[in-house]
Design a protein around this ligand. Structure first.
Ligand SMILES: Cc1ncc(COP(=O)(O)O)c(C=O)c1O
Length: 422
């Protein structure tokens, strides 16, 4: 697979390098130079999820990994169910939150971990990352007990929820968690200082589990095919709750490969740079506003250049397939209550996608919104909107009383570097 740096197209690399490197020169994103349509889509859709996903990834990645290797990797990475739940007669939801950390991020993080393990030619590498909560959990579970990989995760002490902390700080084994006395920016500064230290980089074979790693996007392409396989009438509209726009990028890649999806809804909260751009063709990010769907509080979505590249930088071509819409917290809460009366409990991100879908769905279309997180992950908001408790799913129930194994450290750079060398 050939990928080029979208900021410097002359920088081209293969998939292996792109996975290890994460970003290109000037923090440019890597993206496939070419995305060819797959053949015999009906037969592909007939396959079960794992063999179908392995074939899609083989088509994308090419000779760098065999179909057998990819089948094993997919089996290990996606070892949890994918559910489609009907909500109304013409709307259903694809629940992507049945993995170990109860969010769609498990797909990307777990496949990226398999890729890093497959490509690792060193005795031991160290994944070093900072988290404000969710990414750390997905990364920790993705790399848990993978041979040859140590993981160090920094997070701000006392600034993530106790359940969030337990979800990734009780694993132990190759997962080391460090509670930093400071905020998330301190954690990021410490991680950067380690990457800037040549001695530490080499001694520990440092790698980052970057959220815009191409392996994550490829993994996400597979569940759009699952959506298309479950609804084959040719009138499928998929609504994607969007923040950094990685998820929508993967959906559009799936469509380019041949997944029969008629069109997409890009649903955001009031951080609406993209919906406004689609309307008036002006890229005008405004300061980020805090909302109930806080994982989508992004004013400058990182992945947007990938979407433009996919459409040959032709905005009208994007607009033919993507409808943007922005929802307020009031609309989101109303949608959560409406879903509840329909017998479906959703957290705010899924509710944004539902609301955006409902507002634009034509009579002859079938709508599917992506459920990106389990309602228990946003328990406080869900309980306050629905005025009743949300039961804990087994993954959270299991860790509720588990001991937190983290060590605490100050936010002093020298102490941290000393610890890494030590
Ligand atoms: C629960 C949830 N929904 C939606 C999104 C938005 O996804 P993307 O950033 O790929 O647009 C995120 C991103 O972190 C998320 O955590």
């Amino acid at each position: 697979m050939k990928l080029h740096n979208l900021k410097h197209p002359e920088e081209t690399i293969d998939f292996r390098q792109a996975v290890i490197q994460g970003l290109g020169r000037d923090r440019g994103l890597f993206f496939p130079a070419r995305l060819g349509r797959m053949e015999n889509i009906p037969a592909l859709l007939d396959l079960p999820f794992v063999p179908r996903s392995a074939r899609i990834l083989k088509h994308l990645i090419g000779d760098e990994l065999s179909l057998d290797d990819l089948t094993d990797m997919v089996e290990r990475a996606f070892d949890f169910p994918l559910a489609v739940e009907p909500v109304t007669e013409n709307i259903s939801t694809l629940e992507l939150f049945h993995g170990p950390t109860l969010a769609f991020k498990d797909f990307g993080a777990r496949f990226m971990a398999q890729c890093l393990a497959a490509f690792n030619d060193k005795d031991e590498v160290t994944i070093l990352t900072a988290t404000s909560g969710d990414t750390g959990a997905a990364v920790a579970h993705a790399f848990y007990r993978l041979p040859g990989i140590r993981v160090k995760i920094l997070y701000p002490k006392g600034k993530i929820s106790p359940l969030q902390e337990k979800l990734f700080c009780s694993l132990g084994d190759n997962i080391e968690t460090i509670a930093i006395e400071g905020d998330f920016d301190d954690c990021q500064r410490l991680v950067k200082s380690a990457f800037a230290h040549e001695g530490i980089r080499q001694q520990l074979n440092l790698t980052s589990a970057n959220s815009i790693n191409i392996a994550r996007l490829l993994a996400q392409v597979t569940y759009y095919f699952e959506a298309a396989a479950r609804h084959r009438a040719g009138n499928l509209v998929v609504s994607v709750p969007s923040g950094n726009f990685g998820n929508l990028t993967a959906g559009l890649m799936a469509r380019t490969l041949g997944a029969p999806i008629k069109r997409f809804v890009a649903a955001t909260n009031v951080n609406d740079t993209v919906p406004r751009y689609l309307l008036n063709h002006l890229w005008q990010p405004r300061p980020t506003v805090a909302t109930d769907s806080n994982a989508m509080d992004v004013a400058e979505p990182n992945n947007w250049p990938r979407i433009m590249a996919l459409f040959g930088n032709n905005l009208n071509a994007v607009k033919a397939v993507v409808h943007g819409c922005a929802l307020s917290d009031t609309e989101t809460r109303t949608a959560m209550r409406e879903l509840d009366t329909l017998g479906y409990v959703s957290e705010p991100h899924g509710a944004v996608a539902y609301c955006g879908l409902k507002n634009t769905l034509a009579e002859d279309e079938h709508g599917l919104f992506l459920g990106t997180a389990h309602p228990a992950k946003f328990m406080q908001t869900v309980e306050s909107v629905l005025s009743r408790p949300v039961p804990l799913p087994p993954a959270l129930e299991r860790v509720r009383n588990a001991p937190v194994l983290s060590r605490t450290m100050t936010n002093d750079t020298r102490d941290f570097l000393h610890h890494l060398l030590g």
